[in-house]
Design a protein around this ligand. Structure first.
Ligand SMILES: Cc1cc2nc3c(=O)[nH]c(=O)nc-3n(C[C@H](O)[C@H](O)[C@H](O)COP(=O)(O)OP(=O)(O)OC[C@H]3O[C@@H](n4cnc5c(N)ncnc54)[C@H](O)[C@@H]3O)c2cc1C
Length: 499
């Protein structure tokens, strides 16, 4: 039986596993990357953020990845890799809807919230058509010398002294290696939960407060929201950016919808239901989608002529989206963040969280694989990843609790924007390695603020009182003027400064 010796075997060749493989190869480690699927394949989870782009940029600088570096900004992406479909994301836009009612807006923007993330199209964030980006990064990893397998399943792991044997099942390709001998295993399988199943790792999803599910697809012929607003005489002149060039959120009691528009004029869209406020409907995905559109007529208008273009099987609906495991690393293994835990698409934290995990884990493996401090470094990695999952859960579940009361919701989002902008600015100002956890998850003072304000959110305090307390609570971390009543929900100074 043929066997292959590597330093690190990565199970799961999504963008996370592929980018980690590429980075480790650049540092000279022998890497195998195994995916049970085949690229290109449909994946959901597409909206990147300034933090994601800062980390991607730093990874590309640290490990000399000139082909990947252009993906960190919309302008360089278009100039260098126009064949990889992307979308422009200038920020986050939110619009409040009441069931059965048309969308209404007022001069105070009391049903709208726009928070800028970048100040020009050239420097803006992006939506990633994941099937293109993931396939590209998988190819880059292979080109850098990672041994890559697709349509390959890994069997039971057998430890032999300091080495771990991974049997491979390749389907029809008989001449490929049938076993990997590796010193370390990384689980980047996401919901595939490769290691959790093999190591019997305890599921702690019940500890999470967020409880949501979704129905989604990619569509053509979705009318731009700006056009819908203008056709109803709603003025968009005060919007700091085009609300469609954004992670566009329609928000209502019991859930929300995402819309991410790509350059090919297709749109990733999904309704997310808060299961803390209602049962999953006993409907097919198509019937459920139609029922959401009927409930929110302004969104129905946007989708009147829409056609599903991806995935091949049409609309997908899910059960509960969240997962959290008790462990994220051990003596000879580690999980990427999206494998150890996932919360919700709200706040677009997934890509950035994965990139932060890659940055941290790559340094550990490059410096400590085979050394005595590996285990202690991995314990720290685990602590950090699980703290980040908890922080995301707090930030997201707080917003879910406020949906339906838009001013309370808008105020609740300020916790996320404070954490994100504070992290971004600190990272930009740092010299040398930046160590703080994603969204300041390891900052005790910040964690206490978030916990307290999430509790206050659920208590019956008036919105005026809640806003007042929020202004005070975030003050030490508020570096971009958030929670400013004079801004009337239109934040342009939150954009990342251009370099
Ligand atoms: C509905 C939804 C919306 C989201 N929206 C956003 C968003 O807007 N912005 C954002 O930043 N994040 C978003 N996310 C999160 C984002 O999708 C993830 O953070 C991201 O996919 C992580 O990438 P990854 O490569 O680590 O994992 P994945 O994309 O999950 O890739 C896992 C890979 O592992 C492979 N695999 C699985 N099991 C096995 C196995 N046993 N053996 C071999 N291979 C295996 C799979 O085929 C796949 O290729 C969203 C997630 C969901 C569910």
């Amino acid at each position: 039986m043929s066997a292959l010796d590597v330093d690190v075997a990565i199970v799961g060749g999504g963008f996370g596993g592929s980018l980690l493989a590429l980075v480790l190869r650049r540092a000279g480690l022998r890497v195998a990357l195994i995916d049970r699927g085949r690229h290109p394949r449909f994946v959901i989870g597409e909206s990147s953020t300034p933090i994601a782009n800062l980390v991607l940029q730093d990874l590309c600088r640290e490990y000399d990845l000139p082909n990947v570096a252009p993906l960190a900004k919309y302008g360089t992406w278009q100039a260098t890799h126009p064949q990889l479909v992307s979308g422009i994301k200038r920020g986050f836009s939110y619009f409040h809807h009441e069931a059965g009612q048309p969308f209404v807006a007022d001069v105070e923007h009391s049903t709208e919230l726009l928070v800028a993330a970048s100040s020009s199209d050239q420097h803006s964030d992006t939506h990633w058509l994941r099937q293109d980006v993931d396939a590209f990064l998988f190819r880059e990893a292979a080109a850098a010398g990672a041994v890559c397998f697709e349509q390959c399943e890994v069997g039971e792991i057998a430890p032999v002294e300091q080495v771990f044997n991974l049997p491979l099942q390749h389907g029809q390709f008989e001449n490929l290696p049938h076993e990997l001998r590796t010193r370390f295993v990384v689980d980047g399988s996401g919901e595939g939960q490769f290691l959790a199943k093999r190591l019997g790792i305890e599921d702690r999803t019940h500890e999470l407060q967020t409880n949501s599910r979704t129905v989604f697809a990619h569509f053509a012929n979705v009318t731009r929201w700006k056009r819908c607003l203008e056709s109803h005489g709603i003025d968009t002149a005060e919007h700091p950016f085009d609300g469609d060039h954004a992670a566009l959120h329609h928000v209502f009691a019991g859930g929300w919808m995402w819309q991410l528009r790509f350059n090919d004029e297709t749109v990733s869209a999904g309704f997310v239901q808060d299961l803390n406020r209602g049962e999953r409907p006993n409907l097919s995905a198509v019937a459920e989608w139609e029922s959401w559109l009927l409930r929110f007529p302004a969104i129905g208008e946007q989708f009147a002529n829409a056609k599903i273009v991806r995935p091949e099987g049409g609309l997908r609906n899910t059960g509960r989206l969240q997962r959290k495991l008790a462990r994220a690393a051990g003596a000879w293994w580690a999980m990427l963040p999206n494998t150890a835990g996932f919360i919700d698409a709200l706040h677009s934290t997934g890509i950035a969280h994965t990139l932060c995990g890659i940055e941290r884990l790559a340094r550990i493996l490059i410096r400590s694989l085979g050394r005595d401090d590996l285990e202690s470094q991995l314990r720290e990695y685990e602590r950090c990843v699980l703290a980040e999952v908890e922080m995301i859960d707090l930030l997201v579940s707080g917003c879910f609790a406020a949906m339906g009361d838009f001013q309370r919701f808008a105020t609740a989002t300020m916790l996320y924007f404070t954490a994100a902008t504070s992290y971004e600015r600190a990272r930009l100002a740092s010299v040398g390695e930046f160590r703080p956890a994603f969204l300041l998850a390891d900052d005790e003072q910040w964690l206490a603020v978030v916990r307290r304000m999430c509790e206050r959110l659920r208590e019956a305090c008036s919105i005026e009182q809640f806003e007042k307390e929020m202004v005070e609570a975030i003050r030490p971390f508020n570096v971009v003027g958030l929670c400013d009543s004079c801004a009337r929900n239109m934040y342009r100074h939150s954009a990342l400064p251009e370099d």
